[in-house]
Design a protein around this ligand. Structure first.
Ligand code: FE
Length: 198
């Protein structure tokens, strides 16, 4: 039996997977197996829990469930050991909800939440997994190599093809997004070097 906060979050996720963009990506597991994960908080988790800018019309329940589960989550140290600066490390937040090391086991996809406060740049990166972002609250500007940048707001999605570099920045608002991976679920993202963006 998992913590009721995870159960509530799972219910919100399942509901979101009825959206056509999500339903078309991967079937949501019927009864994902709950598994124990050790909480690991980072500064971004605390920022999220006091954040006041995450406005949304359609995803208030999903947003609140993600925030309530924050103290239980194993937050990732996304750029630890790379040359990306400490400010990013301290302010960008990501935790996994469904997947290999997540509170719910799944071997066909991985589901994460990401949080960025206002005025944070998430640099260019790529990975073999195909990726779908659904913005839940707030807004951010998304970049894909070779395409014009787009501001995405709650309910908007963006799809990142395998190994195509992408980046994101927030401006006056924070952003909370739900992120799905399918395909190669094992290979970690790498920062994209400048030459690959020309
Ligand atoms: Fe990505």
């Amino acid at each position: 039996m998992s913590d009721p906060r995870w159960e509530r979050l799972l219910t919100e996720m399942r509901a979101a997977h009825t959206l056509p963009e999500l339903a078309g990506l991967c079937d949501f597991p019927r009864e994902p197996i709950a598994q124990a994960t050790a909480p690991h908080e980072i500064p971004a988790s605390e920022l999220l829990q006091v954040e006041e800018g995450l406005t949304t019309a359609h995803f208030t329940g999903f947003r609140d469930a993600l925030i309530d589960a924050a103290p239980l989550a194993h937050w990732r140290e996304t750029s630890k050991g790379t040359d990306i600066g400490g400010e990013f490390l301290d302010r960008f937040g990501c935790y996994e909800v469904l997947g290999e090391d997540a509170p719910y086991a799944c071997d066909t996809m991985r589901c994460f939440i990401i949080y960025a406060p206002s005025d944070l740049y998430y640099p260019w990166h790529h990975h073999p997994a195909e990726e779908l972002y659904l913005v839940l609250a707030g807004e951010a500007e998304f970049f894909i190599r070779g395409e014009p940048p787009k501001i995405l707001r709650p309910g908007d999605t963006v799809f990142h093809e395998s190994n195509v570099p992408h980046a994101m920045t927030t401006h006056d608002h924070p952003v909370l997004a739900y992120v799905l991976w399918r395909g190669d679920l094992e290979t970690k993202p790498v920062w994209t070097n400048q030459e690959a963006l020309q």
